[in-house]
Design a protein around this ligand. Structure first.
Ligand code: ATP
Ligand code: MG
Length: 86
């Protein structure tokens, strides 16, 4: 949401949080300016700490994240985190 406020210039944002017995799914979609995902891959030098930090935290929690974005077509972030054990 901070990235959307800071970068996206979006008019609409959809947030879905789905609580399942064994996992939580989160989906966030904006209709803003989008960006080139390749340019913010770790090591590319183009990224801040936001997306890298999200990936790291989700990895530590043994979940998964998928980011789809394209210039002019907005951004979709989908991640899930397992809830079992802890
Ligand atoms: N929702 C979005 N819409 C448009 N561009 C985005 C969006 N999210 C991320 N970006 C682009 O991806 C880049 C990397 O995002 P990231 O959160 O990693 O870094 P940052 O926001 O620039 O810096 P920080 O999060 O460290 O303050 C951003 O600089 C921006 O260009
Ligand atoms: Mg950020």
């Amino acid at each position: 949401m901070t990235n959307i406020k800071k970068h996206a210039k979006a008019r609409h944002v959809i947030i879905k949080i789905e609580l399942m017995p064994a996992k939580i799914n989160v989906y966030i979609k904006d209709n803003g300016c989008g960006f080139n995902i390749e340019s913010v891959k770790p090591g590319s030098g183009g990224s801040g700490y936001g997306l890298v930090g999200m990936r790291e935290r989700i990895q530590l929690l043994k979940g998964a994240i998928n980011i789809l974005s394209e210039h002019g077509k907005g951004t979709e972030i989908n991640f899930w985190i397992p809830l079992q054990n802890e």
